[in-house]
Write a protein that binds this ligand. Structure first.
Ligand SMILES: *Cc1c(COP(=O)(O)O)cnc(C)c1O
Length: 401
């Protein structure tokens, strides 16, 4: 038996069984669906991409995996060099892991130990945002602020080591002034908070965050597991404001295999670099730097560059804006758009009941959650396919008066 994610198994409706996938399409026995979720925002190049398939196939004939403890190999060396050159600023040191949540854990451990290595053991607190989502492992859950995880608050009393603030500059200035001596890092999903409800905020907040982190000597972490690789209309938000630690996942491998990376700048890396073995970063996921994952990730970045994905994302943003213009329904609280993401927030979550099946019948796979109906399409989508996705979202409100 499979225990499915985020589901009450007793009342769950059976998931759609996929028998094939190609380009933007998922195929069931009886339907062809545009994947408007990009398999949890990861499949940016579409399914069954020939170049990505080839990257994995040629590596698997070499070897599929060797551990990084005491061993290294060409695919992981090539990917880390590529990331070093491709990522902004001095984000040069790549620590690989098998999922976004683990990569977030690594970033939080890095930030804490960075200060412990300097003897600043009182810096135990993390600053995070209201409505944050950073993954489902324990520390990631604690720095998160998703209402579905508030049971851990109940179980543990309160989140003693995390302070959550709204995306307001005044609140941020106040918390820095009051708590800077106890903080080790500020972790954010920059510009776009995904699983917390596709909430968007302004770059001025992040610019001020950078200044305050510099002023008080606190590390700034960008969790770009969701926002990275163009989703906000920027290649990385880190291109606009430079963090000390950058976390990437989801689209890193084009959605082919779970893999993630925590990238540190020179300052953070130097905080561990020492003769003292106790100052080393004690972490090592079994499958870190997996050769298949690294090979496909390298190819995915090459495609992103060579096929000018930023202009594809620009086009998606333009078409979305045009198609959503003037769209209104009294049940809708807000329509939000940023880069390759559009979200319709409704007042009452019951309004979205049945939408998934409706979308299925209209040839679209969608997975609304709470009060949010959204699309984060693969970047290879064409205009007609994108319009089909957006029309399906709009049609739900028109058909159900
Ligand atoms: C999905 C997500 C994660 C967790 O990644 P997994 O690979 O599912 O563990 C962390 N942070 C953000 C912002 C995410 O969207």
């Amino acid at each position: 038996m499979i225990w499915y994610p985020y589901q009450q198994m007793k009342t769950m409706k059976m998931p759609y069984k996929i028998i094939d996938a190609n380009g933007v399409y998922l195929y069931t026995e009886d339907q062809k669906l545009i994947d408007s979720v990009s398999s949890w925002w990861s499949v940016i190049h579409g399914y069954k991409h020939l170049a990505l398939n080839e990257a994995i196939k040629s590596q698997v004939d070499n070897f599929a995996h060797v551990m990084l403890g005491g061993l290294t190999h060409e695919p992981v060396l090539k990917l880390s060099e590529k990331l070093q050159q491709w990522l902004p600023g001095d984000l040069d040191y790549c620590f690989f892991s098998d999922s976004g949540s683990v990569a977030v854990e690594v970033s939080l451990k890095m930030a804490l130990q960075y200060f412990v290595n300097r003897g600043e053991t009182q810096r135990t607190k993390v600053l995070a945002l209201k409505h944050a989502y950073h993954g489902d492992t324990f520390k990631a859950m604690e720095v998160g602020d998703d209402e579905d995880y508030h049971f851990i608050l109940e179980a543990f009393g309160e989140k003693k080591h995390v302070i959550h603030i709204p995306t307001e500059i005044s609140a941020m200035e106040e918390v820095f002034a009051n708590y800077h001596e106890q903080l080790n890092c500020f972790i954010v999903e920059p510009l776009l908070q995904g699983a917390g409800g596709m909430r968007m905020y302004d770059i001025s907040f992040l610019k001020r965050a950078r200044e305050l982190c510099d002023q008080y000597g606190i590390l700034l972490i960008f969790d770009e597991v969701a926002t990275g690789f163009g989703r906000t209309g920027n290649r990385f938000v880190a291109d606009l404001v430079l963090p000390d630690i950058l976390v990437l996942g989801k689209a890193l491998t084009g959605g082919y295999i779970g893999h993630a990376v925590t990238v540190a700048n020179h300052k953070v890396y130097d905080g561990f670099y020492s003769e003292d073995p106790n100052k080393a970063l004690m972490h090592g996921p079994t499958f870190m730097g997996n050769a298949l994952a690294c090979s496909v990730a390298y190819k995915a970045i090459e495609l992103f560059e060579q096929e000018d994905y930023m202009s594809k994302i620009q086009k998606i943003a333009e078409i979305t804006r045009r198609e959503m213009e003037g769209f209104f329904d009294p049940r809708i609280k807000e329509v939000r758009m940023m880069g390759g993401c559009v979200c319709i927030e409704v007042y009452d979550s019951n309004v979205l009941n049945g939408f998934q099946q409706f979308a299925y019948e209209h040839g679209v796979f969608s997975r609304p959650f709470l009060n949010y109906m959204y699309a984060m399409v693969p970047y290879i989508i064409n205009e007609q396919q994108l319009i089909q996705v957006l029309d399906t979202m709009k049609a739900w409100f028109k058909c159900r008066k």
